[in-house]
Design a protein around this ligand. Structure first.
Ligand code: ATP
Ligand code: MG
Length: 224
């Protein structure tokens, strides 16, 4: 895998349907190495589907998806996933420690110090700043008291603690207030300066951070 290959991601005339109706019709776009890209589009337009296709969860009906210049069908999908960090729209936390939940996919390779740094950058360090709450505290010990925004920030901390080349955030700040969102984006963008970042969002407030917009409508990129 040549992670330095440019462009990082290519959708080349991709058509895709889950069932009988096509979600994408000849969708094409290119994301360059280190580029910061926002994906916009109405609810149900297929934004999260792009992410699922990139991860190889489904096969396209027509066209090609390339990552680092190679057709994703040619990859061992587990190998490919090492290079991509995803913060999904549907957050999943396990009733394990905070440490476990942040480390998650990179279990052996992330130190406590790195976890704490990721949590600081994700504006969620306050979760463990009280005497009784540490990295060892289990999610259940917070009762049902983790708010939607706290879950999102913990999930972002997980995403940031993975050493990857491509970082994808799917509606990851939708529950945050503007001030928290802004600080968090500042941290993400300085932390991942050289990485490729894809952000799926409805929030107009964050557009200023991005080099490129992909707008999904009727199965295509409106820019094309
Ligand atoms: P939102 O902004 O609400 O998150 P989205 O743009 O991310 O929407 P997708 O989740 O990509 O939209 O879904 C696109 C379309 O595909 C929707 O009509 C959805 O109902 C449908 N869809 C999603 N997943 C599946 C699936 N596994 N099987 C069948 N249809 C699906
Ligand atoms: Mg979605």
């Amino acid at each position: 895998i040549n992670i330095n290959y440019n462009p990082t991601i290519e959708f080349d005339n991709v058509s895709f349907k889950y069932t009988d109706e096509f979600i994408f019709n000849d969708l094409s776009f290119t994301i360059n190495r280190g580029e910061k890209v926002v994906i916009l589009g109405s609810s149900g337009s297929g934004k999260s589907t792009i992410l699922k296709l990139l991860m190889g969860f489904y096969k396209v009906n027509k066209g090609k998806i390339k990552i680092f210049g190679e057709d994703i069908n040619n990859y061992d999908i587990h190998e490919l996933r090492k290079y991509v960090s995803i913060v999904p729209q549907d957050i999943f936390l396990f009733n394990e420690s905070i440490r476990w939940n942040v480390k998650f996919s990179d279990f052996d390779n992330v130190t406590d110090e790195e976890i704490i740094q990721s949590m600081k950058k994700s504006q969620i360090i306050s979760l463990i700043n009280q005497k009784t709450r540490t990295l060892d505290t289990k999610i259940s010990e917070f009762g049902n008291s983790l708010s939607g925004g706290e879950k999102q920030r913990l999930s972002i901390a997980r995403g940031l603690s993975k050493s990857a080349e491509i970082f994808i955030f799917d509606e990851s700040t939708s529950a945050l207030d503007l001030e928290t969102e802004n600080k968090l984006l500042e941290n993400i963008f300085s932390e991942l300066k050289d990485k490729t970042i894809i952000f799926i969002t409805h929030r107009k407030s964050i557009l200023k951070w991005f080099d490129k917009k992909i707008i999904i409508e009727n199965g295509r990129d409106l820019n094309e």
